[in-house]
Design a protein around this ligand. Sequence first.
Ligand code: PMP
Length: 387
Amino acid sequence: FWSKVPQGPADPILGVTDAFKRDPSKSKINVGVGAYRDENGKPYVLDSVRKAEDIIHTQQFLSLASKLAYGADSKPLKENRVAVVQSISGTGALRIGMEFCSQFYPGNKTLYLPNPTWGAHPAIADKAGLEVKRYRYFKKETLGLDFDGMKEDLTTAPEGSIILLHACAQNPTGIDLTQAQWRELSDLVKSKRHLAFFDMAYQGFASGDVDRDAFALRYFVEQGHEIMLCQSFAKNLGLYGERAGTFSMVTASPEEKERVLSQLKRVIRPLYSSPPLHPAQLVATILGSPALYTEWLGEVKKMADRIIAMRARLYDILLELQTPGNWDHIKSQIGMFSFTGLTPEQVAALAEYAHIYMTTDGRISMAGLNEHNIRYFAESMSKAIKG
Ligand code: PMP
């Protein structure tokens, strides 16, 4: 088709640059093109443009991250009354939220933590100046949830206390409330005028479905609770070192949101001044690109399913080896961790005789097990139990 198309002449301006590039002289100067160059002859990216880019990325990140947590149809998000800031992963979010409560919460400045909870919670609360108390969560006898104890403790807590709730895949027990129990708890928290402070470090890891894992949070929001939320991307995106996260709170109005935001920024200023850009860009790019988002959802499911499969394998082998005790909890527990019920002595024996390491409370990270090591692990565990 195109064999007769003649070669066009060089562009009168761009041709100048071509000639300049070809010239090997050290003293060459190009004054042919009207693009600004700085003192060193380099192209100049204006600082204002760089700052605008940073703002775009940060805003996209905050908006996409909140949608992931609260759901695209979330009423307070649509009504522009969720105050959200970028945090240094989940830990940083907890610190911001607790500092904010310590300064501004008008109720009882006591934080109720589940017993047991993630080890860093009490220290973060303490540094932020909140008093810490516990509510019952785990029942040793059944290796399950002590829902009655939990309700009793949250009922006797002074009205308007701050209640920390693991949104899903409770760490360390791997035991979550059922949806019916969350509904009941929402009524209790409302009637006691408590503040629900959600820690969501494992969205997607419990069921493999990010929407399902956000049930508790979204239900509380639907019920009109003005909740707080700490969101981490460390686990569900595998971004442990990037420190990507958000802290957010549902407020009563866009105007209240602005006031709250101004104070959140004042909490952040002396802590880390402004958030890192790269994690925000990474997360915003994944959540904002339909193809990458779909791929990511698939990967979250794959990670969660592998963990669920390992639970089933461990359970089966423990039964096959006729290990004394009931092991249903291995399969019914949720998320990254399992609270095995191993005693500190059995944990020590596993380390000494089998080179298997776990925290002394008998918590195991299911993610550390795989087809290659599960049998050795189960056999060693069974031996330790049989004594
Ligand atoms: N909350 C809980 C319950 C956790 O288990 C973790 C991580 N172990 C975090 C918050 C915070 O993790 P990160 O700061 O790495 O996001």
